[in-house]
Design a binder for this molecule. Structure first.
Ligand SMILES: Cc1ncc(COP(=O)(O)O)c(C=O)c1O
Length: 396
């Protein structure tokens, strides 16, 4: 089947929730993917920050193959070795003591909300409200879209759950004012807002949130669904800030391309979850966790974090050179290999033109080109991507 046949099948039978680009990707290797017509693309989107080790990394494929020959699935009524192993690795390399596994970023955030509410009930006199930020993105379930600070995501789903409110991002006094002594149980932020336009907060913002939470005795929750697993050059983005959250959520790159989410918490908080308080049939599935273990191992020992920092800097240098040449580039921001180029013109048109030239990226927040290539990207691939971008920008 070619691109057109596959698109026709999708259009006929799949719900219309995505404005899909009319190509079907059928094969990938490293930072390259191929569509059903055989056209090659350089992938600077990586499944939106999922394929951090590139497409079909041999060690991930091997781990999936080996585990799938032993056991595909068992219930969480039993112990599951790859799940226990991955939980132990995540705790060993983070602030956390315990992990709840699920299948997506939204579910990881749902788990965080539920844990915060249980903790609020047990330890904080029934506090339940979560403060999040404008322009944030936390998922598409009813609770996570309510926490999401974007009207377009919430539209049409009233009545929404209660217990959530938003304040401007990167504004400590707004958070301070919004904290309700009787209601607020925690503050939820992305260390870098991803879907909201690659917004990097000022130095001191995350530290300030930590101090506020400590003073008020409430929880600091970091949504690292997109920034986690090496994307910023450290395993978790919070490591750049010198402070630690109380709860952190992960998904996207965690399962190496398989659906896997996780909610990590400190022991005293995680203790508010007991048997029966939360669950997920597929959460912590043995195959997904085997892939996750390899992702962790390869990130920590395979040089991907170092490469992310080095290539991130190299990429920014190239983008800065383009900024000098094209006056409609307003700003370049990000950390490691989560980079945004804010334009004064429509970014969707640029992304479409890049696709025609064989470069995959996307536009977020209307005017921000988002680059989240695999962390194993090579210099010559960045050069090629920049060449394509330059060619497309020169036509504007
Ligand atoms: C920061 C953040 N949180 C949560 C989510 C939701 O993740 P999922 O689509 O896996 O539910 C996303 C997805 O883009 C995200 O970027």
């Amino acid at each position: 089947m070619n691109n057109r046949d596959i698109a026709a099948l999708t259009d006929k039978y799949v719900t219309r929730t995505y404005a899909r680009i009319p190509i079907a990707l059928v094969r990938g290797k490293g930072a390259k993917v191929w569509d059903a017509d055989g056209k090659e693309y350089l992938d600077f989107l990586a499944g939106i920050a999922v394929n951090n080790l590139g497409h079909c990394h041999p060690a991930i494929v091997r781990a999936i193959r080996q585990q799938s020959q032993k056991l595909l699935h068992v219930s969480n009524l039993y112990h599951i070795l790859p799940q226990s192993d991955l939980a132990s690795e995540l705790c060993r390399h983070s602030f956390a003591d315990r992990v709840f596994f699920c299948n997506s970023g939204a579910e990881a955030n749902e788990a965080a909300f539920k844990l915060a509410r249980r903790y609020g009930l047990e330890k904080l006199a029934g506090k339940y409200e979560i403060i999040s930020t404008h322009n944030s993105f936390h998922g598409r379930t009813l609770a996570t879209l309510t926490a999401t600070g974007q009207e377009k995501i919430r539209a049409g789903y009233d009545p929404l759950p209660t217990g959530f409110r938003q304040v401007p991002y990167n504004d400590l006094s707004a958070v301070e004012e919004a904290i309700d002594e009787k209601k607020t149980v925690g503050i939820l932020v992305e260390p870098i807002q991803a879907e909201g336009g690659i917004n990097v907060p000022d130095e001191g913002y995350l530290r300030g949130l930590r101090e506020l939470c400590d003073q008020r005795g409430i929880l600091l929750i970091f949504d690292e669904v997109q920034t986690g697993m090496g994307r910023t050059g450290k395993l978790f983005a919070y490591e750049h800030s010198g402070i630690k959250p109380d709860i952190m959520t992960l998904a996207k790159a965690l399962g190496g391309g398989l659906p896997l989410g996780a909610m990590l918490a400190r022991e005293d908080i995680a203790n508010s979850f007991g048997p029966g308080s939360h669950a997920s049939t597929f959460g912590g599935n043995p195959v997904a966790c085997s892939a996750g273990l390899i992702v962790m191992h390869t990130l920590l020992h395979g040089g991907a974090l170092k490469n992310c920092v080095k290539m991130g800097k190299y990429f920014v240098e190239g983008l800065e050179a383009l900024k000098k040449r094209f006056s409609f580039i307003r700003e370049i921001r990000g950390e490691g290999l989560i980079l945004g180029v804010e334009l004064e013109i429509d970014g969707n048109k640029i992304a479409e033109a890049c696709l025609q030239e064989g470069l995959l990226l996307n536009c977020t927040a209307y005017k921000v080109l988002r680059f989240v290539p695999p962390l194993i990207i090579k210099k010559n691939e960045i050069d090629r991507g920049l060449d394509i971008l330059e060619k497309v920008l020169a036509r504007q």
